[in-house]
Design a protein around this ligand. Structure first.
Ligand SMILES: Nc1nc2c(ncn2[C@@H]2O[C@H](COP(=O)(O)OP(=O)(O)O)[C@@H](O)[C@H]2O)c(=O)[nH]1
Ligand SMILES: Nc1ncnc2c1ncn2[C@@H]1O[C@H](COP(=O)(O)OP(=O)(O)O)[C@@H](O)[C@H]1O
Length: 227
């Protein structure tokens, strides 16, 4: 008999709720592999792939990209990750996407970051990113050690084209209309864990305690990779 200790989680929350920030703390603490749908799409845009160029206008307008496109990309990446434990960030964002994920993988837990929209708006216009790694910074909250440069590589940081006030408002609307129903979907399956607050540093200890209980001990000891 093959003993599998896989742990598969999704992190949800409105744009700017801290999914990327909390994901990097989770991967550091538990060694899960992290896959961010936004990072996957931005890598296509950076590489100027045909798909990237098609998706860029959707993203820059604050709209979701089509379900079939993102589902194909993410499910292919998850298949490539094989028998490993992972944390999925930014996918699913619609019920159709959640159903497509469900048809292939079992999701053990969904961490929902419940942060008020007013808090978020202020954060996103001061977000700086290191595009190739997905590392995020903020002028007030977690500034880089050297202004404008990534702490690890020393490469320049950039601001996302969709982090403008108008586009942020559209993204929040898309979240309300298309993504909030996904929370209901997972609540009805009994896997939703909601963490409410306005500061990541106050939310994080609760997420850490929750996952420490959820993730099998054997997995924590060896950093979570592989079955
Ligand atoms: N002021 C403040 N900024 C935060 C906090 N948590 C995260 N941020 C910043 O807010 C922005 C959005 O966070 P991010 O993790 O990228 O959110 P995501 O869009 O949900 O992935 C980034 O610039 C973070 O550095 C917080 O508690 N307070
Ligand atoms: N699962 C998805 N379905 C549709 N569009 C997506 C999905 N994930 C990312 N996108 C597109 O990429 C953009 C950026 O996503 P992401 O980096 O997750 O940002 P954030 O959580 O800060 O809004 C979204 O506004 C959307 O246009």
């Amino acid at each position: 008999m093959v003993v599998r200790n896989l742990f598969r989680a999704v992190i949800m929350g409105p744009p700017g709720s801290g999914k990327g920030t909390v994901s990097s703390r989770i991967t550091e603490s538990f060694g899960l592999q992290h896959l961010s749908s936004g990072d996957v799409l931005r890598a296509h845009i950076k590489a100027k792939s045909e798909l990237g160029l098609l998706m860029k206008s959707c993203i820059d307008q604050g709209q979701l990209v089509p379900d079939d496109v993102i589902s194909r990309l993410i499910l292919a990446s998850l298949r490539d990750m094989g028998q490993s434990s992972w944390l999925l960030d930014g996918f699913p964002r619609t019920v159709v996407q959640a159903e497509s994920l469900d048809s292939v993988f079992t999701v053990d837990t969904v961490i929902n970051l419940d942060v008020p929209f007013e808090t978020i708006k202020e954060r996103l216009t001061s977000r700086w990113v290191h595009l190739s790694s997905g590392r995020v910074y903020n002028i007030d909250f977690n500034p880089p050690r050297i202004p404008g440069l990534d702490d690890v590589t020393g490469e320049p940081l950039t601001q996302r084209d969709d982090d403008t006030p108008v586009t942020v408002s559209r993204r929040l609307k898309a979240y309300e209309n298309q993504t909030q129903p996904v929370l209901e979907y997972y609540r009805s399956k009994g896997v939703l864990a909601t963490f409410s607050g306005t500061e990541t540093n106050k939310i994080w200890p609760h997420v850490l305690t929750f996952l420490t209980k959820k993730i099998p001990q054997s997995q924590q000891a060896r950093g979570g990779g592989g079955a």
